[in-house]
Design a binder for this molecule. Structure first.
Ligand code: ADP
Ligand code: MG
Length: 358
């Protein structure tokens, strides 16, 4: 064992990072979907083969990448989303770390094809074992396609940790649902092994809704409500009450199911902070507490809730996959969530509908 200190080669650095950011196909899918949304896409198509292990292809109609930046996009710490610490503190894009594509390029055979609105045709680059090819012309409509083949083909120790194709697909589907729930204004489709699993049409765009801010209860009504019903089913929709509240610069809106639809696990819990799905202790505790009086302690509530607050009041740079956040004013947020939800659940609870579970 050599004991001298050395700087690791770039490929190995990226493979190590991949362990954190891309631990399974679903994690790659999440990063790719977020990139498409950050690129302003309104239509996103996902094709998976064999649970995403063999093939994961995602195509969007976003703004695309110019030829000269294709290789750059695959490099570590290369991002168009932040340029300074100030930017980081008020980041509104889903990404900012500039490491997702570099990690993917290190552990899969990756092709990146893209075309901007100004190009007359597309360009593509390939990366295998971290080596990036020259850009070559490619036929592509405006937007971007990223294809990952044979995830972890060159890191067998990690590939061994992948579960069955069915399990990996289930994780991918969950990642897809989380993103699709958060953006009802965007059309999404998901295919697995050539079969269409989800085809979600875009609802009204946020601007067109014209309701956000003026009428907090209103925004769920159209596109978002349809999206929730499509993804979680009518049973959830029937058991759910609208949640809507605002205080100072916080808003919470969405749907929360009455106890009749409670679960033995936490699978139907969707909590978003500024559009980002997170698992957060402060929020979970507040939500739990709001359900305390109407839900048996072994049951788990079901909800789709969106918390919005100014970007600088929440630190999203806590976790490589950004699935955790830290609130600057945790206590105030706890109270706000608790009160808003308690109020939403109170009205039907009085009529007895919510006490069925006891
Ligand atoms: P990050 O999202 O943190 O910036 P990524 O490695 O995910 O890092 O992506 C690197 C860069 O590649 C992005 O900053 C963006 O400029 C570009 N990019 C990635 N995916 C897309 C896409 N689907 N459409 C347009 N640009 C993209
Ligand atoms: Mg990204």
């Amino acid at each position: 064992m050599p004991s001298y200190i050395r700087v690791l080669p770039e490929l190995l650095i990226n493979q190590i990072a991949a362990g954190e950011v891309i631990e399974r196909p679903a994690a790659a899918l999440k990063e790719l979907l977020e990139n498409s949304l950050d690129a302003g896409a309104t239509d996103i198509t996902v094709q998976l083969d064999n649970g995403g292990i063999k093939l994961l292809r995602i195509r969007d109609n976003g703004r695309g990448i110019v030829r000269d930046e294709l290789a750059l996009a695959l490099m570590r710490h290369a991002t168009s989303k932040i340029a300074s610490l100030d930017d980081l503190q008020s980041v509104e894009s889903m990404g900012f770390r500039g490491e997702a594509l570099a990690s993917m390029a290190a552990v899969a055979q990756l092709t990146l094809s893209s075309r901007t609105a100004h190009d007359t045709h597309g360009w593509m680059v390939e990366a295998i074992d971290g080596r990036i090819s020259e850009a070559a012309p490619a036929s592509h409509p405006p937007g971007t396609t990223i294809e990952l083949r044979e995830l972890y083909f060159n890191t067998p120790a990690r590939r061994k940790f992948l579960k069955s194709e069915a399990t990996e697909f289930a994780h991918c589907e969950e990642a897809f649902k989380r993103i699709a729930l958060s953006r009802p204004d965007v059309g999404f489709s998901l295919q697995h092994n050539g079969r269409t699993v989800w085809q979600l049409n875009p609802g009204l765009r946020i601007e067109d809704r014209g309701l956000r801010g003026e009428d907090d209860g209103g925004w769920m009504q159209n596109a978002a409500l349809k999206r929730v019903a499509a993804l979680l089913g009518a049973e959830f929709g029937n058991a759910a009450v609208p949640v809507s509240g605002s205080a100072a610069n916080l808003t919470l809106h969405g749907l929360a199911a009455l106890p009749a639809y409670s679960r033995g696990n936490r699978d139907a819990q969707y909590f978003f902070v500024n559009g980002r799905f997170v698992r957060d202790k402060v929020a979970s505790h507040a939500l739990r507490q709001a359900y305390q009086d109407i839900l048996h302690h072994q049951r788990h509530p079901a909800f789709v809730l969106f918390l919005e607050l100014p970007a600088e009041q929440v630190d999203v740079n806590v976790h490589p996959a950004k699935s955790e956040v830290r609130f600057r004013e945790g206590q105030g947020i706890h109270q706000f969530i608790f009160h808003t939800l308690q109020q939403a659940l109170a009205a039907p609870a009085l009529s007895g509908a919510a006490t069925q579970e006891r």
